[in-house]
Structure formats: structure tokens, C-alpha cells
Design a protein around this ligand. Structure first.
Ligand code: ADP
Length: 292
């Protein structure tokens, strides 16, 4: 397909970063960006779901990836982790391929994508996340078991360490996967809808954990579908609908106009979400909007 055909295929593309010259408009170079995506196109059965995606993710931020169902959010994360083939484009993790940097990345997959009937207990799942360090052949040493237990403790799951994962609630399963990512001591975390199907206590625990990770300078890229909580939970937003519609600090980018561009006219909760945000005390008073 010619570049002209490409550019007319989607006309809501008004944010192109990083540039092909090697430094994005937000000043991030491929080397300094935790995740750097350049001209990424992914297709399933020849039907593109991501199209020329360009994105440089800043370090130390809690970043929400937001967009309608089928926008390609999960595919974006999977493409960054080499879990789906790319039709074209590059992804770099701190300037190198994922293959070379996988030790820097912790991944929390969508809960529904996991086979919870697999006969392992919570501790095994966390320890399995350490196999990269341990090696598949060696038995899990006491040191790694302790590390896995420490991570379970961080998410209040110590009492369930020996329980089969099929016998955990949705919230507990999610905590186990967070513990697994934590045990990896990553610099970049990619999480796919971690809040889906969890109870209020787990949601709070996840939010606290995200803050902790951010305070430790980690970068968290989180697929998130609940627009109402975006401004409270995240300080950076990527609006995605096959392409990056906009990305930047939440207060700059999470606007009704950008949300409309991303979702089309489909979402009635949009103005409520933006209204809630406009009341946020962190905003300077001049920028607060009145609810129409
Ligand atoms: P989102 O996470 O934003 O809901 P996805 O990345 O899951 O979007 O999916 C984007 C599009 O790709 C959807 O239309 C979905 O049906 C399609 N898709 C996702 N995974 C596959 C797959 N393995 N095979 C074929 N189509 C897929």
C-alpha cells in the first residue's frame, strides 16, 4: 500500500512521535525511552489493527493506554513484547530490542487470557516469573522462593501461597500476577487491564502498588478501560484507536475533544469523565471547566 493510501486510511492521526530522525517531539531518544515504538503496523489475517504507530513513552510515569474495544491496546502491548508478529516497524526497550532487554520488563497479562486450571499454586506462578534468572532446568532455590514469598507479601497474598490458582478469586489471581511481575524487579511494567474483575480492596491495592512503582522510578504502561479513574490513577495518557490519536500528560491530553477523536460519538460517559477531571484540585483554577 502506498504511503498516500496509508495516510488516508485513518485521518485521526495527528500525533507522530518519535520522528524517524531518532528523537521524538517530546525530547525522548530511543535510548532514553523505556518504550520506543516506531512506525509499528500489526495485522491479523492481513487486516491491520495497528497502523504506523509512533510512540515514545517517558520514564517514571504511570501511563494509561486508553481506547475503545478493538482499538489495538492489547495488541500494542503484545507487539512490544514480541508476542505477536509485526508487519513493519520497530520497538525498543531502552534502546535495544525486547529480546535483549526482557530482563527489564515485567508483564501482567489480561486475566482472561490465562489458563487458571493449570495445576500450580500461587507461589509457583510467582517463582515461574523468575525462571529467566533461575533457568528452566535448575530447581527453584531457597533464595528465589524467598523472593517469590516477599512479592506475595507485598500484595497481601502470603496466606494463599500454597493454594491452587484455580481456587483463588479474580482479585486474588490478579494479585498473584502482580506479585510475579514485582518479583522480576523490572524497570518497565506492562499491564493489560489489571483492574478488570477485581474487588474494591484489590483495586486499591493495585493503585497503591502502581504509586510505589512510580516512586521507585519505574515506568508502568497500563491498558485501562475505565475513563472515570484515568485522571486519578495515571499521570500520562496514550489515546489509541489503531493509531496514536494523542499522548501526553493527563492534564493536557485527557480532553473531551481528544476522547471524541478516539471514541467517535460512541461514549456517553465522556463528558462525565472530563467533568470529574476538571474538578481535580491539582488543576490550576483557570483551567477548570464548568459542566454543561
Ligand atoms: P483492544 O485491546 O483495544 O480491545 P485488541 O488488541 O485486543 O484490542 O484487538 C484489536 C483487534 O484485533 C480486534 O478487532 C480483535 O478482534 C483483533 N484481534 C485480536 N487478537 C486477534 C487474533 N489473535 N486473531 C485475529 N484477530 C485478533
Amino acid at each position: 500500500m502506498s504511503s498516500m493510501q496509508r495516510s488516508t486510511a485513518m485521518n485521526n492521526h495527528d500525533s507522530v512521535e518519535p520522528s524517524s530522525s531518532g528523537t521524538g517531539a517530546n525530547g525522548l531518544s530511543a535510548e532514553s525511552a523505556p518504550v520506543w515504538i516506531h512506525d509499528l503496523t500489526v495485522a491479523y489475517h492481513r487486516k491491520p489493527v495497528l497502523w504506523d504507530v509512533n510512540l515514545a513513552v517517558p520514564e517514571g510515569k504511570l501511563i494509561a493506554v486508553v481506547g475503545p474495544n478493538g482499538a489495538g491496546k492489547t495488541t500494542l502491548i503484545k507487539a512490544a513484547l514480541d508476542l505477536v508478529p509485526r508487519a513493519s516497524g520497530n520497538v525498543m526497550i531502552y534502546g535495544k530490542s525486547y529480546e535483549r532487554q526482557r530482563h527489564l520488563v515485567g508483564y501482567v497479562p489480561q486475566r482472561e487470557s490465562v489458563d487458571w486450571d493449570f495445576p500450580v499454586n500461587a507461589l509457583d506462578v510467582v517463582a515461574m516469573g523468575l525462571y529467566r534468572k533461575i533457568g528452566w532446568i535448575s530447581p527453584v532455590s531457597r533464595r528465589y522462593r524467598e523472593k517469590a514469598m516477599e512479592s506475595l507479601e507485598k500484595v497481601d497474598m502470603t496466606p494463599y501461597a500454597k493454594r491452587q490458582i484455580s481456587q483463588l478469586s479474580g482479585g486474588q489471581q490478579q494479585r498473584v500476577f502482580l506479585a510475579r511481575a514485582l518479583a522480576q524487579d523490572a524497570r518497565v511494567y506492562m499491564m493489560d487491564e489489571p483492574f478488570v474483575g477485581v474487588d474494591v480492596a484489590t483495586e486499591r491495592a493495585i493503585v497503591a502498588l502502581l504509586k510505589e512503582l512510580k516512586d521507585a522510578g519505574k515506568t508502568c504502561l497500563v491498558v485501562h478501560h475505565d475513563l472515570q479513574t484515568v485522571p486519578n490513577y495515571f499521570d500520562y495518557v496514550v489515546l489509541l484507536n489503531m493509531r496514536v490519536v494523542a499522548h501526553g500528560a493527563t492534564e493536557d491530553v485527557f480532553t473531551e475533544e481528544n476522547l471524541k477523536k478516539t471514541y467517535g460519538g460512541k461514549l456517553t460517559l465522556l463528558s462525565d469523565a472530563v467533568y470529574e477531571f476538571s474538578k481535580d484540585p491539582r488543576l490550576p483554577s483557570g483551567t477548570k471547566e464548568t459542566h454543561q
